[in-house]
Design a protein around this ligand. Structure first.
Ligand SMILES: NC(=O)c1ccc[n+]([C@@H]2O[C@H](COP(=O)([O-])OP(=O)(O)OC[C@H]3O[C@@H](n4cnc5c(N)ncnc54)[C@H](OP(=O)(O)O)[C@@H]3O)[C@@H](O)[C@H]2O)c1
Length: 350
């Protein structure tokens, strides 16, 4: 076994040939998992994967990866962060606005994310002052293409930008790289009845002709690996990151081309804004904001940086292809075990 579990304190220093130690917060999240997977493959780092529950199935899967140790860490418990960051060289920090869903509130709670952000940055400062930490990567959210049309932005965006300001206030920018991803491809697999992706339906939150910047969540891992390869150049930098910039119609056409041999037609469907707002108001505000101001990733500039940092962005086409192939594999395995009527595979609902 390559992994170990460290729940309480006692995180020992490695020997003099040790690999740089990186703490990854929210390691079981979609972003965190992408970062841990990518860094594990490099074999260059010892990774402390932080989670509130080292015994969850997601955590156990991560703990099986090479160079990964599971460490208990809760962003609303500063003491747990203090222990988890003890002696680390690098920190990847992420926060979440998501709490349990409540009627009239939804699940997004700005103050919950702000509390995590303050705790995280305070503990980054503390680790820096102790002397080991030399690089902090904060995952925020893309700023606007048109900064003059920046208002009103959703609460779970302004929270991240306010955390960026706090990094500045604590004079940590000199050791910080801020990565600002746009919307994940993974959102197309939402669970809203009638609006999740299938071979016949491509759901989106913006109008069909709007050019929407998106990214595969696992590419954030590549970005982290990339900036860590040139730390001096990328400290004190903020980059809006994206993999694609396509209209809804272009995205649906990308899927249509993959399924056309089955005689299928894929249509783009914009999820009604009112339905989004009823379910999760802040996501509705986000969709208004995206359409009004646009995400601010500079696709041409990104191409040069990706080349420099050996990042190969996942295209929407490749992401869709992989999803279709994976579903086929799961269906073949499952159909040997269960009757097909028991399967819930949205992608095959046509
Ligand atoms: N969806 C998008 O398109 C998009 C795009 C850009 C940025 N973002 C942002 O990316 C961030 C992460 O999103 P995600 O979708 O990757 O996350 P996710 O998959 O929803 O995972 C959330 C994770 O947060 C952890 N968590 C919850 N409360 C915590 C706390 N108090 N302390 C420590 N960990 C806690 C949980 O891990 P444990 O239970 O294991 O502790 C869980 O794995 C969010 O801020 C989101 O706004 C999202």
């Amino acid at each position: 076994m390559f992994s170990t579990v460290l729940e309480q304190g006692g995180i020992s220093n490695l020997d003099s040939n040790r690999k740089p130690v990186i703490a990854v917060t929210m390691a079981t999240s979609r972003q965190g998992t992408g970062v841990v997977n990518e860094l594990s493959k490099t074999n260059k780092y010892q990774i402390r994967a932080l989670t509130r529950n080292v015994k969850s199935s997601k955590a156990i899967e991560l703990g099986k990866l090479k160079n990964v140790e599971l460490v208990r860490g809760d962003l609303i418990d500063p003491e747990s962060l203090n222990r988890a960051f003890d002696g680390v060289d690098i920190i990847f920090g992420n926060t979440t606005p998501t709490k349990g869903w409540k009627i009239l509130r939804g699940s997004i709670v700005r103050s919950y994310e702000m509390e995590q952000g303050f705790n995280l940055i305070n503990q980054v400062k503390f680790a820096y002052e102790k002397g080991d930490l030399n690089h902090f990567i904060f995952s925020s959210i893309s700023k606007a293409k048109d900064p003059l049309r920046n208002e009103p932005a959703p609460g779970h965006f302004t929270s991240k930008w306010d955390i960026e300001d706090y990094i500045d206030k604590l004079d940590l920018k000199k050791i910080t790289t801020v990565l600002r991803p746009v919307s994940y491809f993974e959102n197309f697999e939402n669970k809203i009845p009638g609006y999740t992706i299938s071979k016949k339906l491509f759901p989106g939150i913006v109008g069909k002709n709007f050019k929407w910047q998106t990214i595969a969540v696992e590419d954030i891992g590549q970005w982290v690996r990339g900036v860590l390869s040139k730390p001096d150049k990328y400290k004190n930098q903020s980059i809006n990151i994206a993999g694609e910039e396509l209209t809804g119609l272009e995205m649906a056409l990308t899927l249509q081309r993959l399924v056309s041999s089955e005689g299928l037609h894929t249509k783009y469907l914009m999820i009604p804004r009112i339905a989004i707002k009823l379910l999760e108001n802040d996501i509705g505000v986000m969709a208004d904001w995206i359409e009004r101001t646009g995400y601010g990733a500079d696709m041409n500039k990104l191409k040069n940086i990706q080349k420099e940092l050996n990042i190969v962005p996942t295209s929407l086409k490749d992401w869709l292809k992989a999803k279709l192939e994976n579903k086929k594999k799961i269906r073949n395995t499952w159909s040997r075990q269960w009757k097909s009527s028991q399967l819930d595979l949205q992608w095959d609902k046509y």
